[in-house]
Structures are given as C-alpha cells and as structure tokens.
Design a protein around this ligand. Structure first.
Ligand code: 28F
Length: 642
C-alpha cells in the first residue's frame, strides 16, 4: 500500500475537525448509536438517491445487505458530479463525502432535501461513521471510484474505466467501534423502503439480504403512489369505497393527499414532510382536520343530509374509520416535539386547509355516492357519540353518587406528585397480589387487570367509557380519553404495563397499547408509557446469588461467566419463568420493580402504531390476513410480542 502523504490546508483541517466531531458525538448527527442509528446510515444514503429521483433523474434504487453487514446502495441517476473544485482542488463528489452538509443537496434541484429521520445530515456523516466506504460513479462516459476509511480519504477520485451508463453506487461498513451492533434488521429496512416507494410514485426500490442462509428480496414500485399507500394500510379492513379520494396541489408547497374510509372505528392519518414520517403531526395535519370537518359539514348541509337545525358533525365523527396519507414538501421545514417529528411551519396549515376545502368539495360534488356512504357513517358516529355522552353522564352521576372516583382494584401510592409516581397495570390477580406486596408504596401504585380486555378494535367510544375493564385504567390515569384527554391531569408520570412474556401477555400488551394509541395518544407522545421487562430465567446454585436473565443472550453470557469461575451448567438449576405469578413479592420487586435494578422499555409512537396495525390484523374483520399473520408468526409464538 503506497504511503499516503497529504498536506492538509486550513479548509481541509476544518473538514477533519468536522468529521472528528461527528465521530466524537455521533448521537448529535444520527440520534443514537443503537440499531436505530445504524439504520439511519442506510436511510441517509438512500435519501440522496431519492433526491435524485425527486429531481426526475433516477428511476431505480437497489439496496443490498451483503454478508458481514456491508451495505450497498446503487441508483441509476446522473451520478454525483466529478469535476474538480477550483478552490479545494478536490472533486465535487469527494466534497459531498468529506464535508458536513456539503454539496448543496440541501434544497438542491428538487428544492426539497428528502432527508432521513434526522433531516438530512448528509453522506459525509455516514462516511465518518463507517470503518470504510467506497463510492463508484458512472457518468460522462466513464467509471470513477474513490474510497475512505473512517471519513478520511484513502483513494481520491480517479477514473478507472469507460461506461455508457450513469449512476452512483455506495458501499460501506459501519464502524463497530462506534455502533452497539452492526446487525441490520431486514423488516425495519423493508418497512421504510416500502413507505419511501409509496411516497415516491413510480420509483422502484429493491432490498436484498445476502447474509443468512435463505436470501430475502423485496421489490417496491407503486404507480398509484399514495392511493396504493392507503389501500395497503387498509389491506386488513373493509373499505367503504373502492376508489380512494386523491387530491393534490403542485407549486411552492406541493401537497398530496389520499383518503379511504373503512368500516372500522379507528382513525389512521399518516403525515409526511419531505418523506419524513411526522408521527407527532403538526400544522399540515391541523390544516387537514379543519378543512375535512368544514367540507363534510358544508356538503351535508347543502345536500340536506344534515338539517339546518342539526348540530354540526364533530371532527371525531368525521374521522371515524378514516385512513389518510398526507405528504407535503417544504423547503425549510421546522421540526418540533419530543422526537423532532412535529411540523411547526405555520404557513403550511393555511395552504393545506384551503387546498383541501377546494379540492375535496369538488371531489364530493363529482362522486355523490362515495360522499353519501361516508356521510352515513359520520352521522351514525355522531349518534354513537351522543349516546356515549349520555353513558358517560350516567357513569359520572353513578360514581358521583358513590363518590369513589378511583377504581376499587387500584392500590394507590402515598405520594401525590405525578413526577415521581408510577402505576403498574398488572395482568392477573396473582401477579397483582405479589406486586402490591413487593412494591414501594410511597411512589408505586398497582392496578390489577383481569381476563381479556375489551377488543378496542371493534368498540366505539361509547363502549370504552362504560367498559368495566378499561374504565379503571381511565380513572386511574385520571386525564380522560379522546379529545377530552388532558395530559396535565395525569396522576402518574409513568404508566407501566406488566404482563407475562407469553401469548396472553402479548395480547394484553397489544390491547393496552392500542387503547393508549387511540384514546390517550399524548401519553405515548409524551413518553409516559413503559413496558416492564420481567426476567425469563433464573439460574441458581447453593452458595451463590440467584442470577436473573432477561433474554436468551443474557443466559448464555451468564453460563460463560460462571464457567470461567469453574461452575458448570450441570451444577446449576435453571428456572424458566412462565408468568409473573411464579415470582414471590421480593423477587418481583428485585427483578422488575426496583428502579435501581429493573429494566423498563419506553413505548414509542412506532411501537404503538405497530401494535395498532397488528391488532387490526388479529382482531379486525378479515380472516385470511389473520391466518397468514399467525402462520407467519407461529414459529416465534413464544415471542409473539408486539
Ligand atoms: C447510492 C446513493 O447519492 N445519488 C446521488 C446525485 C446527483 C447529483 C448530485 C447526487 C451538486 C454538486 C452537490 C448530478 N448531476 N446515491 C446518491 N446522485 N448529488 S447524490 O449533485 C450533488 C450536488 O454537488 C447531480 C447534476 N446535478 C446533481
């Protein structure tokens, strides 16, 4: 290998500092060095290719997970420019890969930098966080190649051959001295690329996994764009109208919206800004909701479906059973919220609102039967809400009479400061009993739940209030539900779901997550919902402390550590916990409730959305998809976790 001599000029030293900073503070650039951060590396590279597609020059992107977790991304765009920068004496391509936010891709040709979860930190960050990376460019009749090690140029760009094709290919190996794991999760990448293909009409994205025994391959291309997206989201539901409502506006702030109602009661509105999934919503969603309510009410009044004297249909009524995807492109997006996924640009609300008012009313005029079908559902939802209000009044009056506003089963804690208090929602009375005895009653409350919860998939709001299994949860949390939910009223800073690691536990977890996602969403957005992680195994032997293992890996590590101390497997007794009830109060406290030793998993919006989708699959009306899901997951049934 020839000795690599390079005199760095002032500018290049600044570049090195930049990439050194990235390696010192990777979390600032890609959020974390967990598997989520690892996936961001792939999204960042793919987003640059998507940008080339948005500019109209790339029609295909191929992603390959090669053995040893090397990633290869290839597009058939124009190829990153290879001309030499007169100032820096290095090529545009090398600049893009060695300077932070270089290359003016931010707001480039298409004007909208499509950016990964952390909003387009640029390819140079991926380079800095890779043990090595190599870029092959085909353009202007030639093939060019350059390579890097931990962000530093190893081989500058040079022409290595001729080619008639154009495009960019990037291969990289993430740096295992930075990331906790290099193991990519195929399903996670598959879901994200499916979403990107839906959002970029006509673009073909392929994903191939060459690591394990059976190679896996996925192919996504949707000429239908967002229409295909809502049909996919409704694949396990019964649509009320076969043709989705599709409205769009081009111009400075392009807006695309697809809507398809189903017979379910849930509301699923997905919003994107520059292809970023804004799961916390924002101004685009607010504008959409306002216009949807106004347009449907105006139409209902004009067609006498609603009498003048009738009260207006409320937003909840109109959004019952809706599945919608809203995709806007914004040059300078402002992201807010807990996970920077809430759109803040105020001008977007008005743009979306006026576009929906205008184009949706035209659609309804031109499709009266679809309009009628949807409005019939809204009117019946409105009647059910009215019934729910009455039911709630009844419950309130009844409970006011009994003046016990807290559920009988709740073993409350003595502190009343929500900041420090936590409530464990425990499956089953036996575990509930041990939890009550084992807990620290100063700040830990216990709410035992029994038997199968109500199937929120099939229930309307009125059934939720009156339901004797969910009502205790509503009263314990103390902040109401639906659009009456007021996060400032929560009685506990942590709501912890503690259920067995078996199928029943997974079912209860799914139902509770779906319930929180649908009726107490701010609780999840605000990071108040957690899952308790009870141990799976206990290793014990006379004379040594019991060892608790939370995963199979933990168990293997424990065996190895003990072997090093001369204790062999045969000398140990292994207990596999089937359920929480097998632990006595002290063990439950020590392994699962003591803040010093327990493991809690904070529930994210993605977890909740996935639970919601899984619930629809498991509990929805259509049978085949449920059977497919169970067969597909049967082999993991011991971990049928959400
Ligand atoms: C596998 C990852 O990164 N594809 C890319 C292009 C194309 C251009 C470009 C990229 C202009 C000067 C900043 C080509 N011709 N795939 C990719 N394809 N970047 S990244 O330009 C970079 C900016 O430097 C491109 C004309 N204009 C732009």
């Amino acid at each position: 290998m020839e000795k690599f001599e390079h005199k760095y000029n002032a500018e290049q030293i600044q570049v090195l500092d930049g990439l050194e900073h990235v390696r010192k503070r990777p979390g600032m650039y890609i959020g974390s060095v967990s598997v989520r951060g690892l996936h961001h590396l792939v999204y960042e590279i793919v987003d640059n290719a998507i940008d080339e597609a948005l500019s109209g020059y790339c029609t295909e992107i191929n992603v390959t997970i090669e053995p040893e977790n090397i990633i290869c991304v290839e597009d058939n765009g124009r190829g990153i420019p290879v001309d030499i920068h007169q100032k820096t004496k290095i090529s545009a391509a090398e600049t893009v890969y060695t300077q932070l936010n270089a290359g003016g891709k931010f707001g480039g040709d298409s004007g909208y930098k499509v950016s990964g979860g952390l909003h387009g930190v640029g390819a140079s960050v991926v380079n800095a966080l890779s043990e090595w990376a190599e870029v092959t460019i085909q353009r202007d009749g030639g093939i060019y190649k350059m390579s890097f090690e931990r962000g530093k140029t190893k081989e500058s760009l040079k022409r290595i051959g001729d080619s008639k094709k154009t495009g960019t290919k990037v291969r990289f190996l993430a740096d295992n001295t930075i990331f906790e794991t290099l193991e990519y999760e195929y399903e996670i990448l598959e879901n994200r690329f499916r979403e990107m293909a839906f959002l970029t009409k006509g673009l073909k994205i392929t994903l191939e996994d060459l690591r394990g025994g059976t190679p896996k391959k996925a192919d996504f291309c949707f000429e239908g764009g967002l229409n295909s997206f809502v049909e996919y989201l409704n694949r396990n539901k019964e649509a009320l109208h076969s043709k989705p409502i599709y409205i769009e506006k081009s111009g400075e702030f392009p807006v695309e919206i697809a809507i398809q109602y189903t017979s379910s009661y849930s509301e699923n509105i997905y919003t994107f800004v520059n292809n970023i999934n804004t799961i916390e919503g924002g101004t685009h969603l607010e504008g959409f909701k306002r216009a949807l309510t106004k347009t449907f009410n105006d139409y209902a009044k004009s067609k006498n479906i609603l009498k003048e004297k009738d009260a207006n249909l409320q937003g909840d009524d109109i959004r019952e059973g809706i599945t919608a995807v809203i995709s806007v492109k914004v040059k300078e997006p402002q992201f807010e919220g807990q996970t920077k996924t809430k759109l803040g640009n105020s001008e977007v609300a008005g743009i979306v609102q006026s576009m929906v008012n205008d184009k949706l009313s035209t659609f309804l005029e031109e499709n009266p039967n679809i309009a009628k079908t949807i409005l019939e559902k809204c009117v019946s939802a409105s009647r059910a809400r009215e019934a729910a209000r009455k039911a709630r009044e009844l419950v309130r009056r009844k409970s006011a009479l009994e003046s016990t506003t807290l559920p009988g089963k709740l073993a409350d804690c003595s502190s009343k400061n929500p900041e420090e208090c936590e409530v464990y929602i425990v499956e089953g009375d036996s575990a509930g009993g041990s939890a009550k005895q084992g807990r620290d009653r100063r700040f830990q409350a216990i709410l035992p739940l029994w038997g199968k919860m109500l199937n929120v998939e099939k229930a309307r709001a009125d059934k939720i209030y009156g339901n004797d299994k969910l009502n205790p949860v509503i009263l314990a949390v103390g902040a109401g539900i639906g659009n009456e939910f007021d996060i400032t009223k929560i009685r506990y800073g942590k709501v912890i779901i503690m259920a067995d690691a078996d199928v029943d536990g997974a079912h209860i977890r799914t139902l509770l997550l779906t319930f929180f996602f649908r009726y107490m969403r701010p609780l999840i957005e605000n990071g108040n919902v957690y899952l308790a992680q009870p141990p799976l195994y206990k290793l014990s032997k006379k004379g040594i402390e019991d060892i608790y293992c939370y995963t199979d890996d933990d168990l293997n590590t424990a065996y190895k550590d003990l072997e090093e101390k001369g204790i062999l497997r045969e000398q140990l007794s292994l207990q596999r916990y089937k359920g929480l009830g097998e632990m006595n109060p002290d063990q439950l406290w020590e392994t699962t409730m003591n803040p010093e030793t327990r493991i809690l998993v904070k529930v994210t919006m993605e977890d909740a959305m996935k639970a919601d989708e899984t619930l629809t699959l498991l509990m929805g009306d259509s049978v085949e998809p449920r059977r497919d899901f169970i067969i597909k997951n049967a082999k993991f049934v011991k971990n049928l976790d959400i």
